[in-house]
Design a protein around this ligand. Sequence first.
Ligand code: UDP
Length: 244
Amino acid sequence: MKKEEIELIKDGKRLDGRGFEELRPIKIEVGVLKRADGSCYFELGDNKVIAAVYGPREMHPRHFQDAKMAVIKYRYNMAPFSVDDRKRPGPDRRSVEISKVSREALDPVIIKEYYPKTAIDVYVEVLQSDAGTRTAGINAASVALAAAGIPMKDLVSSVAVGKINGEVVLDLNAVEDNYGEGDMPVAMVARTNTITMLQMDGRFSQEEFERGLKLAATACSKIYELQRTALLERYSESIGEGEA
Ligand code: UDP
């Protein structure tokens, strides 16, 4: 179906009032689930996601074990009530693809060699969606992995950039995603500028692509600081409690 053109920019601002290089508000809470080894609630504008990490634990079935390292499993799931039109429950092509790319986005930072023959399970549940759920899920999962005490080289941060009415903008919302000309989700280790996921939907010129990547890198650095602060706040609290 061909998308109709609609006006997504008015007087130099986007329809939700943001500038071109502005992120939606972010809220991060660590340790929200008591049964998980690590968990994180992540809000990105109207997206609300929860990540839960279990493990390292023995891998079943055993033929999926890797004798040399842990195996990372990642399941992205969108709740039926998370979108306007009820989503049919259960996995579909989209969620299988998102689970795969998200796992690959996090895999390079996890020191898997410490836990041979085990599985580390990452579950991401989308409770409310407004475009950018895979990026919110990766941000949440990264924090939840750290909260679970999984040895990692660094955190991974993620954001999408896109193109609306010919302009490259940061962090598309659902209307912009639906009616815009392009969407490019990126995940990276912000401190080293190492890209661990890059997808593209639509068309970007080389110049637009480079500009988008720069916007994403700057935003990932901001998200990284928020992730780090959320972890520090959570764990300085528990150290404080222990001292009492
Ligand atoms: N969406 C929806 N129903 C679906 C899948 C997606 O309404 O079955 C909406 C939802 O708001 C989602 C957005 O479309 O966040 C963009 O989806 P996309 O596949 O681009 O992934 P995302 O941007 O969430 O990572």
